[in-house]
Design a protein around this ligand. Structure first.
Ligand code: NAG
Ligand code: NAG
Ligand code: NAG
Ligand code: NAG
Length: 299
């Protein structure tokens, strides 16, 4: 009886060990399949709409969105309103020699940190080489939710920045025809502005993700989603061999506010005129199809 116990114990450990290993293998397999599927979805939309252009150069506007981390052979494409501040924090935390404190990871500091290196700072030939050699990553979010997030962030706060004041004035000028007209920009006015503006000068906070990261010409190794940010971020961190204790930070700029979700998004779109809604869907049509988001709100 006594002699059996250690054997049972060893057997148990083995069974648990193997099933744990198989479980991780299964999760990993699923993630790889998900990633293959996402890359295929992007490819199909690009092909069907002739969005791939054959060029040996990266467009300067795209190179400015890409951040290079040599130590981990990692290139990240910045999409505002899709957790980009937290990705910048990750990039800074990956540089162990900086030994950063929480203060240095404050929102305003993060975006202007001199330790974030853009792909645009390299010569064109080097840019292509780095993109070929490194793990390239972009994150997407439901286009309408991203829009509501941009609106709430830029136009609903009292601590206005120069940026939000100038946009507020521009929108008033375009939509109300009077810069001095009082009152906040409404969501409908914001949308009216977006559908009327010149697509070439669209602000990066609401520029389509396709135009920010150019996934038809840059073949991203990993396409993560904001909707599953925890799992997808963990997968990215494992892929680039980040230290095991580094986790995606999930810090919000306005810490006391609810993060924009599908319910909040729906509230904003419920009262939007149908024609305006359709024009908006048209602007983001490729984002919807290539990243597999449904334009129809579940009303
Ligand atoms: C894409 O290009 C092909 C060949 O040049 C053309 O036949 C097709 O109509 C184009 N498709 C679109 C959506 O522009
Ligand atoms: C990390 O930070 C140091 C400054 O402490 C800087 O010299 C170095 O270039 C940084 N490394 C990377 C990979 O950015
Ligand atoms: C990219 O990879 C090639 C082949 O492995 C290597 O020769 C080259 O030095 C690498 N370039 C960079 C910038 O890492
Ligand atoms: C969040 O906090 C700020 C300043 O601390 C305050 O002005 C604002 O009203 C708060 N918002 C909510 C939704 O509680």
């Amino acid at each position: 009886m006594h002699k059996l116990k250690p054997k049972i114990f060893i057997l148990l450990v083995l069974v648990c060990g193997i099933s744990g290993f198989l479980f991780h293998l299964k999760v990993f397999e699923q993630t790889v399949m998900t990633q293959n599927q996402r890359r295929d979805d992007v490819r199909v939309t690009c092909r069907q709409n002739n969005l791939t252009v054959y060029s040996h150069r990266i467009k300067p506007s795209i190179a400015k969105q890409l951040y290079v981390v040599h130590s981990h052979k990692f290139i990240y494409c910045e999409v505002p309103k899709v957790g980009c501040s937290n990705w910048k924090r990750i990039i800074l935390l990956l540089n162990s020699s900086l030994k950063l404190t929480a203060d240095e990871l404050a929102p305003r500091v993060v975006h202007t940190s001199p330790y974030l290196k853009k792909l645009s700072s390299y010569r064109p030939a080097e840019q292509v080489e780095l993109l070929n050699n490194y793990t390239t990553v972009m994150f997407t979010r439901h286009p309408l939710e991203r829009l509501v997030s941009a609106y709430r962030d830029k136009f609903l706060h009292d601590d206005t920045t120069f940026y939000s004041r100038s946009f507020s004035n521009l929108i008033k000028k375009v939509v109300r025809r009077n810069v001095n007209s009082p009152g906040r920009i409404s969501f409908e006015e914001f949308v009216r502005f977006i559908v009327s503006e010149n697509p070439n000068y669209r602000d990066s906070h609401w520029k389509p993700m396709l135009e920010l990261c150019d996934p038809c010409n840059i073949h991203y190794d990993i396409v993560g989603k904001f909707e599953t940010i925890k799992e997808d971020a963990a997968y990215v961190l494992r892929s680039i061999r980040a230290p095991k204790d580094l986790v995606y930070p999930d810090i919000k700029h306005y810490s006391n506010e609810t993060r924009t979700n599908d319910l909040i998004t729906m509230q904003y779109f419920r009262s939007l005129p149908r024609t305006l809604y359709e024009k908006l869907i048209h602007i983001y049509r490729f984002d919807f199809s290539m990243f597999e988001y449904s334009p129809l709100l579940k009303l």
